[in-house]
Design a binder for this molecule. Sequence first.
Ligand code: ADP
Ligand code: MG
Length: 312
Amino acid sequence: MIIVCPKCARKHKVNPDIIKSHTGSGKKISATCRSCSHRFPILLDQVMDTAEATREDHRPVARKICVTLSKGGVGKTTTSVNLCVGLALAGYKVLLVDTDTQGQSSYILGKKPSAGLTELLTKELTPEECIVSARKNLWLLSGGKSLAGVKRIIDRKSFGAEWTLAEALKPLERRFDYIIIDTSPGWDQLIVNVLFYATEVLVPVALEVMPLHGLSEFMKSLGSIQKYRKEIELKYIVPTFLDTRIKGPESLYSQLKRLYPEYVTTPIRYSESLSEAPSFGKSIFEFAPGSNASADYRELVRKVSLNENALA
Ligand SMILES: Nc1ncnc2c1ncn2[C@@H]1O[C@H](COP(=O)(O)OP(=O)(O)O)[C@@H](O)[C@H]1O
Ligand SMILES: [Mg+2]
């Protein structure tokens, strides 16, 4: 921490722990400049505020992972929410950003936020006012119908429309270990914004009919973004709805592994519990902790966090 002498402007490096030991003591503390010997009071509140800010400045930027695929019903929202809750349970600080007009994430987490991503993008409220605490270590920036209006605002921008989301989320980046962004199906300006913000892409692929077609279409779209934004890369392909009772999904899974061996993760098995949990406002870890789906999402948490002891 740096303290500046008010008389000669000499900067002094001070150990923040020494200052910290005086906070709360009620005593006034002062310092003597080693250069001009001027004695001056130190305003603890101001010093600690600066120290806090400096610490936050030095925190690494969150990993920014978007969960996306143009096709609907493949498990994007289910995966986003359960991955977030799992990472939060493992002790990481997580922000879930819901960019879908359906606002499903709030419902699954049993929350009814009065503000969210819309108010952040329109700058009606500060980032702190837009996020809500959803669980220990987990915060939510909710989506919903009002995002439709925001899309129109983004569409009308003449310059830098694709960076709107990145600019809005920047003040929050150092507060979290992970920022996970759930997206809507289809392809629109908001998804382009997400791909200009995230650096890692997680694609859930439902092991049902024709999943590979949707995936190769998405790869093309991602390629067109990567021409302008080198930082974004495909990291995980998560097979979902694996039903081991029938042959089709198993063979699709083998096909996926053959085509994309470096990206395919352990699949999420088909589970009734996953479709039931949302109506109770619960994640799979809360609703059916002993289920196959809970075990599969725990495995995904370990894979993404590179922490094999997470939730073990
Ligand atoms: N592995 C699974 N097994 C059974 N049902 C699932 C599974 N994953 C998701 N679901 C259910 O399928 C539906 C679509 O999933 P969702 O996550 O909303 O997809 P998306 O966000 O891609 O549209 C939801 O009702 C969800 O509860
Ligand atoms: Mg969804």
